[in-house]
Design a binder for this molecule. Sequence first.
Ligand code: ADP
Length: 497
Amino acid sequence: MTVSLHLPQGAQRLLNAPVTHLIGGVHVASESGATFPTINPSTTDVLAQVADGTAEDVDLAVAAARRAIAGPWKDLTPGERSKILWRIADLIEQHAEDFAVLEALDTGKSVTMARLVDVPLVVEWFRYFAGWPTKLVGESIPVTAPASPGKYLAYTCREPVGVVGAIIAWNFPLLLVSWKLAPALAAGNTVVLKPAEQTPLTAALFGQLIQEAGIPDGVVNIVQGTGESVGAALVAHPGVDKISFTGSTEVGKLIVHASADNLKKVTLELGGKSPNIIFADADLEAAIPGAANAIFFNQGEACTAASRLFVHADVYDQVVAGIAKIARHIKIGDSLDPDALIGPVVSSEQLDRVLGYLKAAEEEGARVVAGGGRHGDTGYFVEPTILVDTRPGMKVVDEEIFGPVLTVQRFETTEEVIEAANDTSYGLAAGIWTQDLSLAHKVAAELRAGSVWVNSYNVLDPALPFGGYKQSGWGREHGAAVFDSYTETKTVVVPHQ
Ligand code: ADP
Protein backbone atom coordinates (compact mmCIF):
# COMPACT_ATOMS: atom_id res chain seq x y z
CA MET A 1 0.00 0.00 0.00
CA THR A 2 1.24 3.52 0.58
CA VAL A 3 3.64 2.41 3.30
CA SER A 4 7.19 2.59 2.00
CA LEU A 5 8.90 2.21 5.36
CA HIS A 6 11.25 -0.66 5.99
CA LEU A 7 8.97 -2.89 8.03
CA PRO A 8 9.57 -6.37 9.43
CA GLN A 9 8.58 -9.02 6.90
CA GLY A 10 5.43 -10.30 8.58
CA ALA A 11 4.07 -6.80 9.08
CA GLN A 12 4.82 -5.84 5.48
CA ARG A 13 3.22 -9.02 4.19
CA LEU A 14 0.02 -8.28 6.08
CA LEU A 15 -0.14 -4.80 4.57
CA ASN A 16 0.51 -6.03 1.03
CA ALA A 17 -2.98 -7.46 0.55
CA PRO A 18 -6.46 -6.42 1.66
CA VAL A 19 -7.14 -7.50 5.24
CA THR A 20 -9.79 -10.24 5.37
CA HIS A 21 -12.16 -11.81 7.86
CA LEU A 22 -11.45 -15.25 9.30
CA ILE A 23 -14.58 -17.37 9.11
CA GLY A 24 -14.62 -21.13 9.65
CA GLY A 25 -10.86 -21.30 9.21
CA VAL A 26 -10.90 -19.48 5.86
CA HIS A 27 -9.58 -15.98 5.19
CA VAL A 28 -12.35 -14.32 3.23
CA ALA A 29 -13.46 -10.95 1.88
CA SER A 30 -16.83 -9.56 2.89
CA GLU A 31 -19.85 -11.11 1.21
CA SER A 32 -20.61 -7.60 -0.03
CA GLY A 33 -17.05 -7.12 -1.34
CA ALA A 34 -16.85 -3.78 0.50
CA THR A 35 -13.68 -2.55 2.17
CA PHE A 36 -12.65 0.42 4.29
CA PRO A 37 -9.23 2.00 4.82
CA THR A 38 -7.27 1.87 8.03
CA ILE A 39 -5.15 4.95 8.66
CA ASN A 40 -1.76 5.61 10.24
CA PRO A 41 -2.58 8.39 12.73
CA SER A 42 1.04 9.62 12.73
CA THR A 43 0.90 10.51 9.03
CA THR A 44 -2.78 10.05 8.02
CA ASP A 45 -1.56 7.68 5.26
CA VAL A 46 -3.71 4.68 4.38
CA LEU A 47 -2.10 1.51 5.74
CA ALA A 48 -4.37 -1.09 4.20
CA GLN A 49 -7.85 -1.78 2.94
CA VAL A 50 -9.91 -3.94 5.27
CA ALA A 51 -12.94 -6.16 4.65
CA ASP A 52 -16.00 -4.22 5.74
CA GLY A 53 -18.31 -6.77 7.33
CA THR A 54 -22.08 -6.82 7.53
CA ALA A 55 -24.73 -8.94 9.24
CA GLU A 56 -24.25 -11.54 6.46
CA ASP A 57 -20.62 -12.11 7.44
CA VAL A 58 -21.62 -12.25 11.10
CA ASP A 59 -24.20 -14.94 10.29
CA LEU A 60 -21.54 -17.07 8.61
CA ALA A 61 -19.10 -16.56 11.49
CA VAL A 62 -21.67 -17.44 14.15
CA ALA A 63 -22.68 -20.55 12.20
CA ALA A 64 -19.01 -21.61 12.02
CA ALA A 65 -18.57 -20.99 15.75
CA ARG A 66 -21.69 -23.06 16.52
CA ARG A 67 -20.45 -25.95 14.39
CA ALA A 68 -17.05 -25.83 16.07
CA ILE A 69 -18.44 -25.91 19.57
CA ALA A 70 -20.43 -29.02 18.83
CA GLY A 71 -17.53 -30.63 16.97
CA PRO A 72 -13.77 -30.57 17.11
CA TRP A 73 -13.39 -28.16 19.99
CA LYS A 74 -15.66 -30.16 22.28
CA ASP A 75 -13.70 -33.32 21.57
CA LEU A 76 -10.35 -31.90 22.64
CA THR A 77 -9.21 -32.67 26.17
CA PRO A 78 -8.47 -29.76 28.52
CA GLY A 79 -4.80 -30.68 28.23
CA GLU A 80 -4.93 -30.31 24.46
CA ARG A 81 -6.63 -26.91 24.76
CA SER A 82 -3.89 -25.93 27.15
CA LYS A 83 -1.15 -26.83 24.66
CA ILE A 84 -2.85 -24.81 21.93
CA LEU A 85 -3.01 -21.72 24.12
CA TRP A 86 0.66 -22.12 24.99
CA ARG A 87 1.52 -22.47 21.28
CA ILE A 88 -0.39 -19.25 20.55
CA ALA A 89 1.82 -17.51 23.13
CA ASP A 90 4.96 -18.96 21.49
CA LEU A 91 3.85 -17.82 18.03
CA ILE A 92 3.10 -14.30 19.23
CA GLU A 93 6.52 -14.20 20.84
CA GLN A 94 8.14 -15.35 17.59
CA HIS A 95 6.29 -12.62 15.68
CA ALA A 96 6.67 -10.00 18.42
CA GLU A 97 8.28 -7.41 16.19
CA ASP A 98 5.61 -7.74 13.48
CA PHE A 99 2.91 -7.28 16.11
CA ALA A 100 4.63 -4.33 17.80
CA VAL A 101 5.15 -2.46 14.53
CA LEU A 102 1.63 -3.10 13.24
CA GLU A 103 0.16 -2.05 16.59
CA ALA A 104 2.17 1.17 16.58
CA LEU A 105 1.27 1.97 12.96
CA ASP A 106 -2.43 1.33 13.44
CA THR A 107 -3.06 2.89 16.87
CA GLY A 108 -0.39 5.61 17.04
CA LYS A 109 1.07 4.20 20.24
CA SER A 110 4.84 4.31 20.57
CA VAL A 111 6.50 1.24 19.11
CA THR A 112 8.76 1.17 22.17
CA MET A 113 5.70 0.82 24.40
CA ALA A 114 4.21 -1.80 22.08
CA ARG A 115 7.49 -3.75 22.33
CA LEU A 116 7.88 -3.38 26.07
CA VAL A 117 4.29 -3.50 27.24
CA ASP A 118 1.59 -4.61 24.80
CA VAL A 119 3.18 -7.61 23.12
CA PRO A 120 4.92 -9.14 26.17
CA LEU A 121 1.66 -8.82 28.14
CA VAL A 122 -0.25 -10.62 25.40
CA VAL A 123 2.24 -13.50 25.56
CA GLU A 124 1.91 -13.56 29.35
CA TRP A 125 -1.88 -13.60 29.12
CA PHE A 126 -1.99 -16.64 26.84
CA ARG A 127 0.61 -18.48 28.99
CA TYR A 128 -1.31 -17.77 32.19
CA PHE A 129 -4.62 -18.95 30.71
CA ALA A 130 -2.92 -21.99 29.14
CA GLY A 131 -2.73 -23.27 32.71
CA TRP A 132 -6.46 -23.03 33.33
CA PRO A 133 -8.23 -25.66 31.17
CA THR A 134 -6.96 -28.45 33.42
CA LYS A 135 -7.94 -26.59 36.58
CA LEU A 136 -11.58 -25.71 35.90
CA VAL A 137 -13.14 -28.05 38.41
CA GLY A 138 -16.53 -28.35 40.05
CA GLU A 139 -17.20 -29.43 43.62
CA SER A 140 -19.21 -32.02 45.47
CA ILE A 141 -21.69 -30.43 47.86
CA PRO A 142 -23.53 -31.94 50.87
CA VAL A 143 -27.31 -31.75 50.57
CA THR A 144 -29.34 -31.06 53.72
CA ALA A 145 -32.77 -30.23 52.29
CA PRO A 146 -35.41 -31.36 51.54
CA ALA A 147 -36.43 -34.11 53.91
CA SER A 148 -33.70 -36.61 53.11
CA PRO A 149 -30.42 -35.21 54.33
CA GLY A 150 -27.38 -37.06 53.15
CA LYS A 151 -29.31 -39.15 50.66
CA TYR A 152 -28.09 -37.35 47.62
CA LEU A 153 -24.80 -37.01 45.89
CA ALA A 154 -24.65 -33.52 44.44
CA TYR A 155 -21.88 -32.06 42.38
CA THR A 156 -21.23 -29.18 40.04
CA CYS A 157 -19.34 -29.03 36.78
CA ARG A 158 -18.31 -26.06 34.71
CA GLU A 159 -19.24 -26.00 31.06
CA PRO A 160 -18.53 -23.46 28.35
CA VAL A 161 -21.18 -20.78 27.86
CA GLY A 162 -21.10 -21.43 24.10
CA VAL A 163 -20.42 -18.89 21.37
CA VAL A 164 -18.85 -15.70 22.70
CA GLY A 165 -19.11 -12.44 20.75
CA ALA A 166 -16.03 -10.41 21.71
CA ILE A 167 -16.20 -6.73 20.79
CA ILE A 168 -13.11 -4.69 21.55
CA ALA A 169 -11.77 -1.14 21.55
CA TRP A 170 -8.88 0.45 19.64
CA ASN A 171 -6.55 1.52 22.46
CA PHE A 172 -4.92 -1.88 23.14
CA PRO A 173 -6.11 -3.91 20.15
CA LEU A 174 -3.91 -7.01 20.53
CA LEU A 175 -3.92 -6.99 24.33
CA LEU A 176 -7.72 -6.93 24.28
CA VAL A 177 -7.72 -9.91 21.90
CA SER A 178 -5.80 -11.81 24.58
CA TRP A 179 -8.05 -10.54 27.40
CA LYS A 180 -11.10 -11.93 25.60
CA LEU A 181 -9.80 -15.00 23.79
CA ALA A 182 -7.43 -16.54 26.32
CA PRO A 183 -10.08 -17.14 29.03
CA ALA A 184 -12.89 -17.81 26.54
CA LEU A 185 -10.88 -20.55 24.82
CA ALA A 186 -9.47 -21.92 28.08
CA ALA A 187 -13.06 -22.51 29.21
CA GLY A 188 -13.93 -24.29 25.94
CA ASN A 189 -16.00 -21.59 24.25
CA THR A 190 -15.80 -20.62 20.60
CA VAL A 191 -15.52 -16.99 19.60
CA VAL A 192 -16.54 -14.42 17.02
CA LEU A 193 -14.20 -11.47 17.50
CA LYS A 194 -14.92 -7.98 16.27
CA PRO A 195 -11.85 -5.72 16.39
CA ALA A 196 -12.35 -1.95 16.47
CA GLU A 197 -12.62 -0.52 12.96
CA GLN A 198 -9.82 1.98 13.70
CA THR A 199 -7.35 -0.82 14.49
CA PRO A 200 -7.94 -4.05 12.59
CA LEU A 201 -4.34 -5.06 11.84
CA THR A 202 -2.95 -7.01 14.78
CA ALA A 203 -6.12 -9.08 15.15
CA ALA A 204 -5.76 -9.92 11.46
CA LEU A 205 -2.17 -11.12 11.95
CA PHE A 206 -3.29 -13.04 15.02
CA GLY A 207 -5.93 -14.72 12.83
CA GLN A 208 -3.20 -15.86 10.44
CA LEU A 209 -1.20 -17.56 13.21
CA ILE A 210 -3.80 -19.45 15.17
CA GLN A 211 -4.27 -22.26 12.68
CA GLU A 212 -0.56 -22.97 13.01
CA ALA A 213 -1.10 -23.14 16.76
CA GLY A 214 -3.69 -25.87 16.23
CA ILE A 215 -6.94 -23.96 16.74
CA PRO A 216 -9.57 -25.99 14.86
CA ASP A 217 -11.51 -24.20 12.11
CA GLY A 218 -14.40 -22.12 13.40
CA VAL A 219 -13.18 -21.94 17.00
CA VAL A 220 -11.94 -18.38 16.47
CA ASN A 221 -13.65 -16.26 13.84
CA ILE A 222 -12.79 -12.65 13.17
CA VAL A 223 -15.19 -10.26 11.46
CA GLN A 224 -13.84 -6.81 10.68
CA GLY A 225 -16.08 -3.78 10.32
CA THR A 226 -17.93 -1.07 12.15
CA GLY A 227 -19.76 -1.21 15.44
CA GLU A 228 -23.04 -0.15 13.89
CA SER A 229 -22.89 -3.00 11.38
CA VAL A 230 -20.82 -5.96 12.65
CA GLY A 231 -20.97 -5.13 16.37
CA ALA A 232 -24.72 -4.57 16.39
CA ALA A 233 -25.33 -7.75 14.36
CA LEU A 234 -23.30 -9.81 16.82
CA VAL A 235 -25.12 -8.35 19.80
CA ALA A 236 -28.52 -9.05 18.25
CA HIS A 237 -27.63 -12.53 16.97
CA PRO A 238 -29.67 -15.36 18.54
CA GLY A 239 -26.78 -17.79 17.98
CA VAL A 240 -24.45 -15.83 20.28
CA ASP A 241 -24.61 -16.88 23.94
CA LYS A 242 -22.48 -14.19 25.50
CA ILE A 243 -21.10 -10.78 24.65
CA SER A 244 -17.83 -9.70 26.16
CA PHE A 245 -17.31 -6.01 25.45
CA THR A 246 -14.55 -3.50 26.03
CA GLY A 247 -15.32 0.07 24.99
CA SER A 248 -17.20 3.18 25.95
CA THR A 249 -19.90 3.34 28.60
CA GLU A 250 -22.23 4.79 25.98
CA VAL A 251 -21.92 1.75 23.69
CA GLY A 252 -21.98 -0.56 26.72
CA LYS A 253 -25.47 0.71 27.51
CA LEU A 254 -26.58 0.17 23.91
CA ILE A 255 -25.30 -3.40 24.09
CA VAL A 256 -27.23 -4.13 27.26
CA HIS A 257 -30.45 -2.98 25.61
CA ALA A 258 -29.79 -4.75 22.33
CA SER A 259 -28.83 -8.08 23.90
CA ALA A 260 -32.02 -8.32 25.92
CA ASP A 261 -34.02 -10.22 23.29
CA ASN A 262 -32.35 -13.58 23.91
CA LEU A 263 -30.98 -12.57 27.32
CA LYS A 264 -27.38 -13.10 26.36
CA LYS A 265 -24.87 -13.09 29.15
CA VAL A 266 -23.10 -9.73 28.98
CA THR A 267 -19.86 -8.56 30.55
CA LEU A 268 -18.67 -5.01 30.07
CA GLU A 269 -15.35 -3.31 30.64
CA LEU A 270 -16.14 0.36 30.14
CA GLY A 271 -14.83 3.83 30.74
CA GLY A 272 -13.30 5.52 33.73
CA LYS A 273 -12.41 8.84 35.27
CA SER A 274 -9.97 7.45 37.75
CA PRO A 275 -8.75 9.45 40.73
CA ASN A 276 -5.11 9.47 41.79
CA ILE A 277 -4.49 10.83 45.29
CA ILE A 278 -1.15 12.17 46.49
CA PHE A 279 -1.02 12.64 50.26
CA ALA A 280 1.38 15.07 51.96
CA ASP A 281 3.66 12.30 53.21
CA ALA A 282 4.03 10.59 49.81
CA ASP A 283 7.45 9.81 48.39
CA LEU A 284 7.25 12.51 45.73
CA GLU A 285 10.19 11.14 43.78
CA ALA A 286 7.98 8.18 42.99
CA ALA A 287 4.58 9.90 43.08
CA ILE A 288 5.33 12.66 40.57
CA PRO A 289 6.56 10.45 37.71
CA GLY A 290 4.01 7.85 38.78
CA ALA A 291 1.12 10.28 38.40
CA ALA A 292 2.48 11.58 35.07
CA ASN A 293 2.79 8.08 33.70
CA ALA A 294 -0.66 7.13 35.02
CA ILE A 295 -2.25 9.73 32.73
CA PHE A 296 0.14 10.06 29.79
CA PHE A 297 0.78 6.36 29.16
CA ASN A 298 -0.67 5.43 25.76
CA GLN A 299 -1.54 9.13 25.14
CA GLY A 300 -4.11 8.86 27.91
CA GLU A 301 -6.04 6.40 25.76
CA ALA A 302 -6.49 3.90 28.57
CA CYS A 303 -9.69 3.06 30.40
CA THR A 304 -7.71 3.17 33.65
CA ALA A 305 -6.06 6.54 32.88
CA ALA A 306 -5.69 8.45 36.15
CA SER A 307 -7.21 11.61 34.76
CA ARG A 308 -8.24 13.29 38.03
CA LEU A 309 -5.28 14.07 40.27
CA PHE A 310 -5.91 15.14 43.87
CA VAL A 311 -2.92 16.63 45.69
CA HIS A 312 -2.66 17.58 49.35
CA ALA A 313 -2.29 21.33 49.79
CA ASP A 314 1.12 20.96 51.52
CA VAL A 315 2.74 19.45 48.41
CA TYR A 316 0.43 20.83 45.73
CA ASP A 317 2.81 23.38 44.17
CA GLN A 318 5.73 20.98 44.13
CA VAL A 319 3.69 18.19 42.53
CA VAL A 320 2.10 20.40 39.88
CA ALA A 321 5.50 21.86 38.96
CA GLY A 322 7.04 18.37 38.81
CA ILE A 323 4.36 16.86 36.58
CA ALA A 324 4.29 19.95 34.36
CA LYS A 325 8.01 19.59 33.82
CA ILE A 326 7.59 15.96 32.79
CA ALA A 327 4.67 16.87 30.49
CA ARG A 328 6.73 19.51 28.72
CA HIS A 329 9.66 17.15 28.16
CA ILE A 330 7.98 13.91 27.10
CA LYS A 331 9.12 13.15 23.57
CA ILE A 332 6.15 13.22 21.21
CA GLY A 333 6.67 11.69 17.80
CA ASP A 334 5.76 9.30 15.01
CA SER A 335 4.72 5.99 16.52
CA LEU A 336 7.64 4.24 14.82
CA ASP A 337 10.21 6.63 16.33
CA PRO A 338 11.76 4.45 19.05
CA ASP A 339 12.61 7.50 21.19
CA ALA A 340 9.06 8.88 21.22
CA LEU A 341 6.98 7.96 24.25
CA ILE A 342 3.80 9.64 23.10
CA GLY A 343 2.35 9.16 19.65
CA PRO A 344 -0.76 10.60 18.06
CA VAL A 345 -4.27 9.82 19.26
CA VAL A 346 -5.95 7.19 17.17
CA SER A 347 -8.10 9.15 14.72
CA SER A 348 -9.22 12.57 13.56
CA GLU A 349 -12.49 12.04 15.49
CA GLN A 350 -10.51 11.42 18.66
CA LEU A 351 -8.32 14.46 17.99
CA ASP A 352 -11.41 16.64 17.59
CA ARG A 353 -12.93 15.16 20.72
CA VAL A 354 -9.87 15.85 22.88
CA LEU A 355 -9.42 19.36 21.46
CA GLY A 356 -13.12 19.99 22.12
CA TYR A 357 -12.58 19.16 25.79
CA LEU A 358 -9.59 21.52 25.96
CA LYS A 359 -11.68 24.32 24.52
CA ALA A 360 -14.48 23.63 27.00
CA ALA A 361 -11.95 23.68 29.85
CA GLU A 362 -10.74 27.09 28.80
CA GLU A 363 -14.31 28.40 28.57
CA GLU A 364 -15.12 26.99 32.00
CA GLY A 365 -12.15 28.74 33.62
CA ALA A 366 -9.52 26.02 33.93
CA ARG A 367 -5.90 27.17 33.75
CA VAL A 368 -3.36 25.40 31.53
CA VAL A 369 0.04 24.77 33.13
CA ALA A 370 1.43 22.49 30.42
CA GLY A 371 0.38 21.66 26.87
CA GLY A 372 -3.14 22.70 26.02
CA GLY A 373 -3.45 22.05 22.31
CA ARG A 374 -2.57 20.16 19.19
CA HIS A 375 1.07 19.26 18.55
CA GLY A 376 2.20 19.95 14.99
CA ASP A 377 -0.15 20.03 12.05
CA THR A 378 0.39 16.61 10.52
CA GLY A 379 -1.05 13.57 12.24
CA TYR A 380 -3.31 13.54 15.26
CA PHE A 381 -0.92 14.62 18.01
CA VAL A 382 -2.06 16.26 21.25
CA GLU A 383 0.29 17.88 23.75
CA PRO A 384 0.37 16.29 27.20
CA THR A 385 -1.81 18.75 29.08
CA ILE A 386 -2.21 19.71 32.73
CA LEU A 387 -5.19 21.76 33.85
CA VAL A 388 -5.48 23.37 37.29
CA ASP A 389 -8.23 25.44 38.89
CA THR A 390 -10.58 22.64 37.92
CA ARG A 391 -13.66 21.57 39.86
CA PRO A 392 -16.58 19.15 39.58
CA GLY A 393 -19.18 20.36 37.11
CA MET A 394 -16.55 21.10 34.46
CA LYS A 395 -16.72 18.76 31.48
CA VAL A 396 -13.01 17.96 31.76
CA VAL A 397 -13.48 16.84 35.36
CA ASP A 398 -16.73 14.93 34.94
CA GLU A 399 -16.35 13.22 31.56
CA GLU A 400 -13.92 10.67 30.20
CA ILE A 401 -11.64 12.37 27.66
CA PHE A 402 -9.48 9.43 26.58
CA GLY A 403 -6.54 11.69 25.80
CA PRO A 404 -3.40 13.03 27.51
CA VAL A 405 -5.26 15.52 29.71
CA LEU A 406 -4.89 15.72 33.48
CA THR A 407 -7.01 17.82 35.84
CA VAL A 408 -5.55 18.66 39.24
CA GLN A 409 -7.47 19.53 42.39
CA ARG A 410 -6.13 20.48 45.82
CA PHE A 411 -7.39 18.89 49.07
CA GLU A 412 -6.90 19.33 52.82
CA THR A 413 -8.52 16.37 54.60
CA THR A 414 -8.73 12.64 53.98
CA GLU A 415 -12.54 12.65 54.27
CA GLU A 416 -12.79 15.44 51.74
CA VAL A 417 -10.59 13.69 49.18
CA ILE A 418 -12.37 10.35 49.53
CA GLU A 419 -15.68 12.06 48.84
CA ALA A 420 -14.25 13.96 45.88
CA ALA A 421 -12.55 10.86 44.43
CA ASN A 422 -15.83 8.92 44.60
CA ASP A 423 -17.81 11.79 43.09
CA THR A 424 -18.05 10.21 39.64
CA SER A 425 -20.35 7.85 37.81
CA TYR A 426 -17.32 5.67 37.01
CA GLY A 427 -15.43 3.24 39.24
CA LEU A 428 -12.71 1.43 37.34
CA ALA A 429 -9.46 2.27 39.10
CA ALA A 430 -7.77 4.56 41.60
CA GLY A 431 -4.30 5.39 42.89
CA ILE A 432 -3.07 6.30 46.38
CA TRP A 433 0.37 7.70 47.17
CA THR A 434 1.36 7.73 50.86
CA GLN A 435 3.96 6.18 53.15
CA ASP A 436 1.36 5.64 55.86
CA LEU A 437 0.29 2.03 55.55
CA SER A 438 -2.88 2.30 57.60
CA LEU A 439 -3.98 5.40 55.70
CA ALA A 440 -3.44 3.54 52.43
CA HIS A 441 -5.64 0.64 53.55
CA LYS A 442 -8.31 2.95 54.96
CA VAL A 443 -8.56 4.92 51.72
CA ALA A 444 -8.39 1.75 49.57
CA ALA A 445 -11.38 0.42 51.50
CA GLU A 446 -13.37 3.62 50.96
CA LEU A 447 -12.75 4.07 47.23
CA ARG A 448 -15.49 2.73 44.97
CA ALA A 449 -13.21 1.33 42.28
CA GLY A 450 -12.43 -2.12 40.91
CA SER A 451 -8.64 -1.76 41.15
CA VAL A 452 -6.77 0.36 43.69
CA TRP A 453 -3.03 0.77 43.27
CA VAL A 454 -0.98 1.99 46.22
CA ASN A 455 2.31 3.75 45.44
CA SER A 456 2.04 2.36 41.92
CA TYR A 457 -0.39 2.51 39.02
CA ASN A 458 -1.62 0.33 36.15
CA VAL A 459 -0.17 -2.85 37.58
CA LEU A 460 -2.16 -5.30 35.48
CA ASP A 461 -1.61 -9.03 35.65
CA PRO A 462 -3.47 -11.98 34.17
CA ALA A 463 -3.97 -13.36 37.69
CA LEU A 464 -5.54 -10.19 39.13
CA PRO A 465 -9.30 -9.59 38.79
CA PHE A 466 -10.07 -6.41 36.86
CA GLY A 467 -13.31 -4.58 36.21
CA GLY A 468 -15.53 -1.72 37.17
CA TYR A 469 -17.80 -0.53 39.92
CA LYS A 470 -20.73 1.70 38.96
CA GLN A 471 -20.86 2.64 35.26
CA SER A 472 -17.39 1.26 34.56
CA GLY A 473 -18.70 -2.19 33.88
CA TRP A 474 -20.25 -5.53 34.68
CA GLY A 475 -18.20 -8.53 35.77
CA ARG A 476 -14.51 -9.12 36.23
CA GLU A 477 -11.84 -10.13 33.76
CA HIS A 478 -8.63 -12.09 34.49
CA GLY A 479 -7.69 -14.49 37.25
CA ALA A 480 -10.07 -17.14 38.54
CA ALA A 481 -12.84 -14.52 38.59
CA VAL A 482 -13.16 -14.34 34.81
CA PHE A 483 -14.48 -17.89 34.63
CA ASP A 484 -17.65 -16.85 36.42
CA SER A 485 -18.66 -15.28 33.14
CA TYR A 486 -17.10 -17.72 30.65
CA THR A 487 -18.62 -20.88 32.12
CA GLU A 488 -22.05 -22.12 33.11
CA THR A 489 -22.20 -24.05 36.36
CA LYS A 490 -24.26 -27.23 36.15
CA THR A 491 -25.54 -28.86 39.34
CA VAL A 492 -26.15 -32.62 39.17
CA VAL A 493 -28.09 -34.38 41.92
CA VAL A 494 -28.25 -38.18 42.25
CA PRO A 495 -29.97 -40.20 45.02
CA HIS A 496 -27.59 -42.75 46.43
CA GLN A 497 -29.60 -45.17 48.53
P1 ADP B 1 -14.54 4.19 21.63
O1 ADP B 1 -15.45 5.29 22.10
O2 ADP B 1 -13.40 3.91 22.51
O3 ADP B 1 -14.26 4.22 20.16
P2 ADP B 1 -16.64 2.39 21.33
O4 ADP B 1 -17.38 1.98 22.52
O5 ADP B 1 -17.25 3.32 20.35
O6 ADP B 1 -15.28 2.89 21.87
O7 ADP B 1 -16.15 1.13 20.51
C1 ADP B 1 -15.70 -0.07 21.09
C2 ADP B 1 -16.10 -1.21 20.20
O8 ADP B 1 -17.53 -1.26 20.14
C3 ADP B 1 -15.63 -1.07 18.75
O9 ADP B 1 -15.25 -2.35 18.28
C4 ADP B 1 -16.86 -0.56 18.05
O10 ADP B 1 -16.89 -0.88 16.68
C5 ADP B 1 -17.95 -1.31 18.79
N1 ADP B 1 -19.30 -0.72 18.69
C6 ADP B 1 -19.62 0.58 18.50
N2 ADP B 1 -20.96 0.73 18.44
C7 ADP B 1 -21.51 -0.49 18.63
C8 ADP B 1 -22.84 -1.01 18.70
N3 ADP B 1 -23.90 -0.21 18.55
N4 ADP B 1 -23.02 -2.33 18.91
C9 ADP B 1 -21.96 -3.14 19.08
N5 ADP B 1 -20.68 -2.73 19.01
C10 ADP B 1 -20.44 -1.43 18.80
